[in-house]
Design a protein around this ligand. Structure first.
Ligand code: SF4
Length: 425
C-alpha cells in the first residue's frame, strides 16, 4: 500500500500542513469549486485525445483504490510482455509512492514515458511532477528511453480532420528530472515522517495557501482570521463617475459566454481560440425589463449567427455594460463586430471600471469576480460561481445545458444591480 502519490507529494511541496491534513484529516477539505471541476474535465478530455496518437494501448486505470497494488504488479508484468506496446494510466509504485503515467510506449527494448498536459506551455510545477514520475520509474527499474511532457502546440491551425501529430508537441524532461532526484528522495523521506506525526505541523497561513494552487484546507486554516468581510467596500467616486460618463445614456447589460476549447473545433482555428456560445441582454423598456437570450449549445457550428443577432439587438443603445475578465472591445474587434455601421455604442467593462476606481473589499482581494463583487455590494445576498455556467454549457446532459439561460440572466441582473447601486441611480 502506498503512502504518497503524485498529488500528495505536490501538496507536501506546497505546504507540509496541507499534506498532513490530507492524509490524517481529509474531512476538513473545502468543497471542490466549480472552476476546479471545469479544469479537471478539460484535462481529462485532452488526455483521452492524446491516447489516440498511441493507439492499441491497454488501459491500466484501477476500478477502485483497493486495486492500485494489483495494477502496479500487472503494469510491471506488461513491461516484459512482448505483446504489449502501449499502456495508458500505467501504475508504478516505489519508495511508498504511487504514480499513474498517462502514456508509456515501447521503443525497441526501452520505454518512453509521456505525461500529457492540456496547456500551451510548461510550468515549473509540471516539470517537478515529471521529475517525481521519473524517480518512481527508475526505482521500478523501468528501462527508459526518455520521459517527456506532451502539451498543446499553440501554432497548430485546424484544417480538415484533427492532425494529432501536429496538435501536440513533446519536450524531454529527462535531464531536468535527473538533476532533481536527490531532492525528491529527501522530500519523500521527510514527507513520510510528517504524515506519521501525532499533530499537524505548525505552519502559519501565507502566500503558500494560494500558490501554485489554491489549497483545499483554506476554509479550515483561515477560519480564525479576523473577519473583515462585513466591512463595507470603498471606492473612489470621482474616478468612477469620470469613467462612467453620462449616466442617463440608454443602456443595455450584456452577459457573454465565451468558450475557449483546448482543441480547435473549426477549420482556421488555433487551440484555445475564443468564440461566443451564448449571451443574454438586459435593458429597460419603460417600467419593464426586456431580456433577450441566445445560445448555440445544440450546434456550436452556428456560433457566428450570434454576430448578426448581437448587432441587431444592441443597435440603438448608447452604452453596453458588461463584466468580463477580458477586453470585450478587443474581442468584438476580432470578431469584426465593432466595424458594423449600425453600432455606435460604447462598451463599458464594469470590472475594469471598478478596479480603476479603486474598489476595495476583503472579498475581492484574491478574486475580482462578479460573484464576489455582488456579495460585497449586497452582503445579505448570494450569487452562484460563474464556472457553474461553463460546466453546464459543456455538459452532455440537455437538462443541464438548459439551465444556463436562466443563470446568464441572473448574472446579468446582478450586473445591473451592482451598477445601479454603486453609481447610485
Ligand atoms: S491553507 Fe495554507 S497553511 Fe493551511 S494547509 Fe493550506 S497551504 Fe497550509
Amino acid at each position: 500500500m502506498h503512502i504518497l502519490s503524485k498529488s500528495t507529494y505536490i501538496k507536501g511541496e506546497q505546504c507540509e500542513k496541507a499534506l498532513y491534513l490530507f492524509k490524517n484529516r481529509p474531512f476538513l477539505r473545502d468543497k471542490l469549486s466549480m472552476e476546479q471541476r471545469a479544469k479537471f474535465k478539460r484535462g481529462t478530455d485532452v488526455g483521452i485525445l492524446a491516447q489516440q496518437l498511441f493507439p492499441g494501448g491497454i488501459n491500466m486505470t484501477p476500478s477502485s483504490p483497493s486495486q492500485f497494488s494489483k495494477k502496479a504488479v500487472e503494469t510491471l508484468n506488461n513491461l516484459t510482455n512482448p505483446a504489449v506496446n502501449v499502456m495508458y494510466e500505467a501504475v508504478f509504485q516505489y519508495d511508498d509512492t504511487l504514480i499513474m503515467l498517462d502514456i508509456i510506449v515501447r521503443e525497441g527494448d526501452k520505454w518512453r514515458a509521456i505525461e500529457v498536459k492540456s496547456s500551451l506551455s510548461l510550468s515549473p510545477t509540471y516539470m517537478k511532477d515529471a521529475a517525481l514520475q521519473y524517480y518512481v520509474l527508475k526505482g521500478c527499474n523501468v528501462p527508459l528511453s526518455d520521459i517527456q511532457l506532451m502539451y498543446i502546440n499553440s501554432d497548430y491551425v485546424k484544417n480538415g480532420d484533427l492532425d494529432l501529430s501536429q496538435l501536440f508537441v513533446f519536450q524531454s524532461v529527462k535531464d531536468y528530472a535527473e538533476q532533481y532526484q536527490d531532492v525528491i528522495a529527501k522530500n519523500i523521506t521527510h514527507f513520510k515522517d510528517i504524515i506519521k506525526q501525532p499533530h499537524s505541523p505548525k505552519i502559519p497561513i501565507g502566500n503558500q495557501c494560494d500558490t501554485p494552487y489554491r489549497c483545499e484546507f483554506h476554509g479550515h486554516c483561515w477560519k480564525n482570521v479576523p473577519n473583515e468581510t462585513n466591512r463595507p467596500y470603498t471606492i473612489d467616486y470621482k474616478t468612477l463617475y469620470e469613467l462612467i460618463g453620462n449616466r442617463n445614456s440608454s443602456t443595455a447589460y450584456l452577459n457573454l459566454l465565451f468558450y475557449r476549447p483546448a482543441v480547435p473545433l473549426f477549420d482556421g482555428d488555433k487551440p484555445y481560440t475564443e468564440f461566443i456560445i451564448a449571451f443574454s441582454i438586459l435593458s429597460n423598456n419603460g417600467n419593464f425589463d426586456k431580456i433577450y437570450n441566445w445560445d448555440c449549445l445544440e450546434d456550436l457550428s452556428k456560433w457566428k449567427d450570434c454576430l448578426d443577432i448581437l448587432t441587431e439587438q444592441l443597435a440603438g443603445f448608447e452604452r453596453v455594460i458588461c463584466f468580463a475578465p477580458q477586453n470585450i472591445a478587443a474581442s468584438f474587434q476580432k470578431l469584426n463586430l465593432l466595424d458594423s455601421k449600425e453600432l455606435n455604442y460604447k462598451i463599458l467593462n464594469l470590472k475594469d471600471i471598478l478596479q480603476q476606481s479603486d474598489f476595495r473589499h476583503e472579498n475581492t482581494k484574491s478574486d475580482f469576480s462578479l460573484q464576489n463583487v455582488y456579495e460585497c455590494v449586497f452582503p445579505d445576498k448570494k450569487l452562484f460561481e460563474h464556472s457553474r455556467i461553463i460546466l453546464n454549457a459543456l455538459s452532455d446532459n440537455v437538462m443541464e445545458r438548459n439551465l444556463i439561460t436562466n443563470d446568464l440572466e441572473q448574472e446579468n441582473i446582478a450586473l445591473r444591480d451592482i451598477y445601479k447601486k454603486v453609481i447610485n441611480i
